[in-house]
Ligand binder design. Structure first.
Ligand code: ZN
Length: 157
């Protein structure tokens, strides 16, 4: 046991080199598919991590809102670092300030305001009290809703 522990400690300073070599060898030898897919979809690793963090955030929203906010913020940070965009429909389910997953039952309150020409939906985060208004504007269209804006949809199994 002691010898293995020593070996591990000896190896620890080196891992950057070893890991990189191992990864390169693996990619060049066996994982042709993974390499192809990585080429087709740049930033796939980050997308997968963001997906995981988002799901974790939604899962924790009711039981541990602070943890949910932590995951949500981390998900945004990962996207920012890798310069990847989050779909507006998903982005709007996270609080813009604290990152908690907004759900009408626990972490957010939705109010619909209508007065003459002004109408909007206000989403208020119960955790950090940040509120965001979505104004009704018939001319406003989310770019992804335009079929011409979508070039290709990829699915990975
Ligand atoms: Zn918030």
């Amino acid at each position: 046991m002691s010898s293995t522990a020593k070996e591990e400690t000896n190896n620890k300073p080196q891992p950057p080199k070893n890991n990189n070599n191992g990864k390169q060898n693996n990619n060049s030898n066996g994982n042709g598919n993974a390499k192809k897919q990585a080429r087709l979809c740049p930033g796939r690793d980050s997308y997968e991590r963001m997906n995981f963090l988002y799901q974790a955030s939604v899962l924790m929203a009711e039981s541990a809102p602070a943890l949910s906010g932590c995951y949500g913020k981390l998900m945004k940070a990962v996207g920012k670092k890798a310069v990847l965009r989050v779909e507006p429909a998903i982005k709007r389910t996270l609080c813009a300030r604290c990152g908690v997953a907004l759900s009408s039952s626990s972490t957010a309150s939705y109010s619909d305001f209508r007065h003459k020409k002004l109408s909007y939906v206000e989403v208020r985060c119960k955790l950090c009290a940040f509120s965001k208004r979505y104004y009704e504007n018939k001319k406003h269209r989310i770019r992804l809703d335009d079929p011409a804006a979508v070039v290709e949809t990829m699915e990975f199994n």
